[in-house]
Design a protein around this ligand. Structure first.
Ligand SMILES: [Zn+2]
Length: 435
């Protein structure tokens, strides 16, 4: 492994190399148990809204491993002032589960977060490995949530277990979180922050393919209301089609996206072709095939990069729609309307050369001998809640490929799972200090 080769001098602390070896060995010894635990999690479906059953399993596991375990349902009244940042639904029967290992004193604290909810499995016929069977074939574990991100929760739990099994007690508090409702905006993680779970740093094991991800995009949901003028199809030229007017506005939004991509100078986003996607995902219009449609509603999602303010972006988006409408005689007199709805997710970042990013780079290097890529992502995730509302620096690092995350045959490479577990374990010891 050559884990001492390539380490920066500051990390050549006496005993670290031996500690890394012992922690890695402790992870290897638990490989089968770790894989079995991921399988156990995948076999209990936990689509957003139905996290209760799997959380009971998680809570039992946390208690069995000696963590001080806190189980609670997010309180809508406490979340209410933050309603635009999450999706407010019914949280009854959908608890968060948080397990805490108090430090022996004098170390930095660390939160290890994973969301337990998953997206729907979709059409089962598209899966060659059934979505809740958790089959292991050719070094891969298949199933809904396998990479996004039941693997991530197991990573945290087994990383902490490996540190302790190797004979080390973290000096700072380590808190493992299994939170709900990430896929629809992160009410669970926000509820944990608002309950007072803050720390000197937080790591989320979203599937990053072992890249260190200190920057996440934001996203805003919009609804565009486009007017038309109804007429019988037989005299359609006497009406105005809202569908045709939408086409004009849609082209304007795509041109806006192109201009934004050319303007954005954030260095971590430089390798990403479309840094700020504007996607129209739903279009509804008209009421009858033989009538000119007098209304259209288009729902979409616009992306933001860290450093952009939500209000300023919303103003600019509106100005783009108005400018496009001004070029059309009908829309000039019948202006389209923009409505913001559902989650309004802020982008977030921590310094790419800051202490937390350095921690993961060093830990990954100690484990693999190589340097992981440092990347940004264009999606939104729970890290923003820690950074924006919890005053807790947070980044993402984990096994699995996000491109597989919401698809049929979602899977994780077991070797990546083991590497990420070793990296998180070494990071716990490095960050919190150990006795
Ligand atoms: Zn996820």
């Amino acid at each position: 492994m050559g884990q001492s080769r390539g380490l920066p001098p500051g990390d050549m602390a006496p005993g670290r190399s031996e500690r890394v070896q012992r922690i890695m060995a402790a992870v290897d010894e638990r490989r089968d148990e770790l894989v079995a635990f991921v399988q156990e999690l995948v076999r209990v479906p936990s689509v957003t809204g139905q996290e209760g059953e799997v959380q009971a399993l998680v809570a039992a596991r946390f208690r069995a491993t000696g963590l001080e375990t806190d189980v609670w349902e997010p309180d809508p009244a406490i979340l209410a002032p933050y309603a635009e940042h999450v999706t407010m639904t019914d949280f009854a029967g959908r608890p968060n589960v948080v397990g805490r290992l108090p430090g022996t004193g004098g170390g930095r604290s660390l939160i290890l977060n994973a969301h337990i909810d998953t997206v729907e499995p979709g059409d089962p016929a598209r899966w060659t490995h059934p979505p809740f069977a958790a089959e292991v074939t050719d070094g891969r574990l298949y199933g809904r949530g396998a990479c996004d991100m039941k693997t991530g929760l197991a990573t945290h739990l087994f990383a902490l277990a490996a540190v302790r099994a190797a004979g080390y007690a973290p000096r700072g508090d380590v808190t493992v979180q299994s939170t709900i409702s990430e896929e629809d905006g992160g009410a669970g993680a926000l509820a944990a922050v608002l309950r007072g779970y803050r720390a000197d740093a937080a790591i989320i094991t979203e599937p990053t393919q072992l890249a260190v991800v200190p920057a996440q995009g934001g996203s805003l949901m919009f609804r565009l209301h486009v007017p038309g003028w109804s007429a019988h199809a037989c005299v359609r030229d006497e009406g105005v089609s809202a569908v045709e007017k939408f086409a004009l506005l849609h082209r304007a939004l795509l041109a806006f996206e192109t201009r934004r991509n050319a303007e954005i100078a954030h260095p971590l986003y430089a390798p990403i072709a479309n840094k700020v996607p504007i996607n129209v995902g739903v279009v509804r219009a008209g009421s009858w095939p033989s009538s000119v449609p007098e209304w259209l509603e288009a729902e979409g999602r616009a992306g933001l990069v860290p450093g952009e303010e939500l209000d300023a972006f919303r103003d600019r988006f509106l100005a783009e729609v108005e400018a496009a409408a001004a070029t059309d005689p009908f829309l000039r007199d019948h202006p389209p309307r923009v409505e913001w709805f559902s989650g309004q997710f802020a982008p977030a970042e921590v310094p790419a050369d800051g202490p937390l990013a350095r921690l993961l780079l060093d830990a990954h290097q100690a484990v693999t001998g190589g340097t992981p890529p440092v990347e940004a992502v264009t999606y939104g995730a729970d890290m923003r809640h820690f950074v924006v509302f919890g005053d807790t620096p947070c980044l993402m690092y984990g096994a699995g490929d996000v491109r597989l995350a919401h698809h049929a045959d979602e899977h994780v490479e077991l070797d990546e799972l083991i590497t990420s577990t070793k990296t998180i374990a070494v990071a716990i010891a490095d960050w919190c200090g150990v006795d």
